[in-house]
Structure formats: C-alpha cells, structure tokens
Design a protein around this ligand. Structure first.
Ligand code: ATR
Length: 277
C-alpha cells in the first residue's frame, strides 16, 4: 500500500499541491499517493477531516486556508517557525503524535536565494502587508541574513505591532514597521505579501523604495505581471518574480520532512510557471 498524504483547505479545488507532490514522488521514486481534501465551511470540519484521514492511515498533511491556525492548535508539537507564525502549513503523524511545521517562509527564502540567485545576506528588504503571509516570512528572511527588514502596511499600526512582536527573535537583523507614507530609503528586495494582487490592485509603494538592481517579488502566482510587478518595473526594478517558486519550494520542504528525501523541484517549477507578461 502506498503511503497517503493530502492537502486540506476550503476551497481546495484550485490547489496545485497534488500536481507538485505527484511530480516530486515520481522524480524521487517514492511510493505514495497525494490527494486533496475539502475541510468544508463548518467550524469542526477540519478536526473531523483530520481524524478521518489519520484513522485511514494518512501519514501527513499540507494545510492551506482557512485551517492553518486550527492545524497549529491540533498539534502535539510545533516548530518555532510555526509557533511564531501562529500557523502551520504541514503536519506529520508520528506514532500517535501530530507534529506541525510552517515551511512558507523557508520556501520564500529558498526561492529567492536558490532559484532567483539573490543571496539575502546583508540585504535591505521591504515587505508589504502585515497579515499572515508577512508574519510567516519575516523571521526566515532575518535568519537568511537580511541586514534590515521594514514592514509597510496600509494599516500602519498593524505593521508596527507585528515588527515589534517579532524583532526580539530577529537576531542581528533590524526589523521595523509602519505605514507606506513613513517609508524611507531604498531596498534591494521588495516583497508584496498583501492580498492586493488578488483584487487587481497594487499597494502604494513609492518608486524610490526600489534600489538600483532591486528584485520585486509578488507572493501570488499564476497571475502574470501583477499591478505591483508592473509598477516595480516602471520604478526600475531589475528583476521581477511571482510566488510560484515559493509554492514549489515550501512543498519540497514538506516532502523532505515526510520522506527524508529532497525532491528535485525543476519539473514542478517548469510545469507551473506562467510568463510574467
Ligand atoms: P494574508 O494571510 O494573505 O496575509 P490577511 O491577513 O488578510 O491575508 O492580510 C492581508 C494584507 O493585505 C493586509 O496587510 C492588508 O492591509 P490592511 O492590514 O491595511 O488591511 C493588505 N491589503 C489587502 N488589500 C490591499 C490593498 N488593496 N492595498 C494595500 N494593502 C492591501
């Protein structure tokens, strides 16, 4: 019997995770199946689906919206990344215990450093937005060696509070937050972690925020050149990327955690990449 894994969310039909993990399993020669589970809209849907999947012999789950907090709460043990992000995106079932991790931030870092070849050591990083996506990204960016990180958000207080909460964990990285109008200086990497691209909008980031040669990164994927990426190009950003690599790399981290084998991500990246035009 192949080992069973799945992604759980609501809705879930759009998820690329079954395709990605199918390609990983093929490339790594792993005997496993990977399905998609809709946890439903009800409050206890996640708990019921989790129990049923474990009872059926499931070995691990990826977790997406809106269950990332519920997944963390269901776990017996969680990594620092998951606890500080307040969310889990991967679970592993180990001898009756549930372990939780959050690989979103490390997936982002690996995409920037490995796929896009932009080492973060010493870099100035601007992160737009102060929601869950930003919360999961900040400490992995700091750990990768960013010299400073500024969080800018439409609601300035949210950015300031998030930066203040996580700054004690950011080591040598200077982490600050505030509103867009308080932004000063230029950044080597500008990451859009707002949900603005989903509604065809762009966060109000000034052109002066892009340093010469800057990388502009939008966490959404499959939407082509988003308004943010277009504005970044006009502001002189040298390199633009969407979040397809983050999606694939966080999946690779989960796969390696479950199977003990790091999958080659190139086939999945090639299959899912949509031209930025
Ligand atoms: P996620 O978990 O994806 O981060 P979220 O927690 O709902 O989602 O956060 C969405 C983020 O996108 C917030 O920072 C939000 O700004 P506010 O805190 O001011 O609401 C930001 N956002 C959404 N639409 C935006 C827009 N059109 N322009 C700028 N920021 C936007």
């Amino acid at each position: 019997m192949p080992d069973r894994y799945a992604v759980i969310g609501h809705p879930i039909a759009h998820s690329k995770s079954p395709l990605i993990h199918g390609l990983f399993a093929q490339a790594a020669g792993q005997d496993m199946v990977y399905e998609a589970i809709d946890g439903g809209a009800g409050a206890d849907g996640f708990a019921r689906a989790l129990a049923a999947f474990r009872a059926a012999g499931g070995r691990g789950l990826n977790v997406t919206l809106p269950f990332k907090l519920a997944a963390l709460q269901a776990a017996d043990a969680a990594s620092d990344d998951a606890r500080l992000a307040g969310a889990a995106n991967a679970l592993r079932f180990d001898g009756g215990r549930i372990e939780a991790r959050n690989f979103d931030g490390i997936g982002l870092v690996r995409d920037i450093e490995v796929n896009l070849r932009r080492p973060l050591q010493g870099q100035a990083v601007l992160v737009l937005g102060a929601g869950g996506a930003t919360r999961g990204a900040l400490l992995p960016l700091a750990r990768a060696g960013a010299a400073r990180i500024v969080v800018a958000n439409r609601t300035a207080d949210k950015a300031a509070a998030l930066a203040a909460e996580l700054a004690p964990h950011a080591g040598a990285c200077a982490l600050n937050g505030g509103g867009f109008d308080a932004l000063q200086g230029a950044f080597d990497v500008v990451i859009n972690a707002t949900s603005a691209s989903l509604s065809g909008a762009a966060p109000p980031v000034p052109a002066s925020a892009f340093a010469p040669g800057a990388l502009a990164y939008d966490m959404v994927y499959g939407k082509g050149l988003t308004p943010f990426l277009r504005a970044a190009q006009q502001a002189g950003a040298a390199q633009v990327a969407d979040g397809v690599g983050m999606l694939v790399e966080q999946a690779a981290e989960a796969f390696a955690w479950w199977r003990g084998v790091r999958p080659d991500t190139r086939a999945a990246l090639a299959r899912l990449t949509v031209p930025l035009a």
